[in-house]
Design a protein around this ligand. Structure first.
Ligand SMILES: NC(=O)c1ccc[n+]([C@@H]2O[C@H](COP(=O)([O-])OP(=O)(O)OC[C@H]3O[C@@H](n4cnc5c(N)ncnc54)[C@H](OP(=O)(O)O)[C@@H]3O)[C@@H](O)[C@H]2O)c1
Length: 345
């Protein structure tokens, strides 16, 4: 069995890792860390796991985690993983970081958006963990920068069409909506039930930190500079994310052409589900699962495409994709631990 450590296990992404990895046929949870809840049974923090997860939370200890694990997931706020990853890698661990610390190809880009980086030497070995797009690089990686939830939902529908040269890159607008768990478990006024229920609003309209992450990957797909307009919104629900993406096309094509372009690119990808032309996706259909459902509409008279994608921000947007990446890194079945049936309603 592969021994797993989760650092920051009591956060929303960490707890989702616990949920998924508890059902993984080849993995065994050995270390769950937390500062606030050190010494307490994990099932006491999340009673949903009563009788199912027997581990106690522990304070982080490098020697202990190195002796008791093979793979370590860092489910911490950004800035912390850059300090934890070097020792883990030196000790031969595979490291999957769910924060932004290792998502960029260049520390300068990271520092322009976040803060000074203290492990710049690791950028040459980190791989951006968008599983369907960077599968071959992930196979050989020891360090993964797991993508943000918004970038996952925006990049996956666009990537094949940008590679195909079909989209006028100056026209891309991504209008995304997230459930409140995207902000993590810490209490904050922005996600207080009285502030978000019966309400719907945009936030960080011109300055969300996920935009540069998207632009970098989309630029790689298009082979020319991409600078999208990205507007995030907060939804009054706990989990789920929808992105509606608008763009003009460079040539006239049929719906079949678009469908085939997407289907060919994602032909070996078990977690991408394509909808026929003219059918809108729905977050309810992917709740709790690692699926990304993609739909599209062609506005023929304007020669414009409207794409839609839905994911569960905590699964394909975080913990599920992290486990998918672990499976790829270790040569396991990509779907191991992730064959979760969606709820029908
Ligand atoms: N939520 C999502 O939908 C989502 C999606 C994609 C990526 N992510 C990324 O995943 C990471 C975790 O997000 P989250 O939503 O799970 O956040 P969260 O709910 O706030 O959890 C953060 C975890 O980190 C621990 N922690 C905080 N400060 C620490 C410190 N100084 N040293 C050690 N542990 C510390 C916390 O536990 P203690 O305070 O007990 O130590 C907690 O377990 C973030 O980088 C986030 O950007 C989240």
């Amino acid at each position: 069995m592969i021994r797993i450590g989760i650092v920051g296990a009591t956060g929303y992404a960490g707890a989702e890792l616990v949920r998924i990895l508890s059902g993984h046929p080849d993995a065994s949870l050995t270390v769950l860390t937390s500062r606030q809840y050190a010494g307490q049974p994990f099932e006491k923090i999340y009673p949903a796991f009563k009788g199912l997860v027997g581990l106690n939370c522990e304070a982080y200890d490098t020697d202990q985690i190195c002796s008791q694990t093979d793979v370590v997931f860092l489910a911490l706020p950004h800035k912390l993983p850059m300090a934890f990853a070097p020792d883990l890698l030196k000790n031969g661990k595979k490291v999957i970081d769910l924060s932004a610390d290792f998502r960029f190809s260049d520390p300068v880009k990271y520092e322009a958006v976040y803060q000074p980086h203290t492990s710049k030497d690791l950028f040459s070995q980190s791989v951006y963990g968008l599983s369907e797009v960077f599968f071959d690089q992930i196979k050989n990686a020891d360090l993964i920068g797991n993508p943000g939830c918004y970038p996952t939902s925006v990049i996956l529908p666009l990537y094949p069409l940008l590679k195909d040269g079909l989209i006028d890159v100056s026209t891309i607008i991504a209008d995304s909506k997230s459930g409140a768990s995207g902000a993590g478990r810490s209490l904050s006024l922005t996600t207080h039930i009285c502030e978000i229920s019966e309400s719907f609003k945009a936030y960080k309209v011109t300055g969300h930190r996920h935009k540069p992450e998207m632009d970098e990957v989309l630029t790689g797909a298009a082979g020319q500079s991409v600078d999208i307009t990205f507007i995030p919104h907060l939804l009054p629900m706990s989990r789920g994310m929808e992105s509606t993406i608008y763009a003009s096309l460079k040539k006239r094509v049929t719906p079949e052409y678009i469908y085939n372009c997407l289907a060919e690119f994602y032909s070996d990808c078990p977690f991408i589900r394509l909808y026929d032309h003219g059918i809108a996706t729905d977050t309810a259909n992917v709740r709790g699962t690692n699926f990304c459902d993609i739909g599209f509409f062609l506005e023929k008279d304007k020669n414009r495409i409207v794409m839609m994608s839905v994911i569960d921000n905590l699964v394909k947007g975080a913990a599920g994709q992290a486990v998918q990446n672990m499976n790829i890194m270790l040569g396991l079945d990509e779907t191991a631990g992730l064959n979760i049936m969606p709820y029908p309603i």
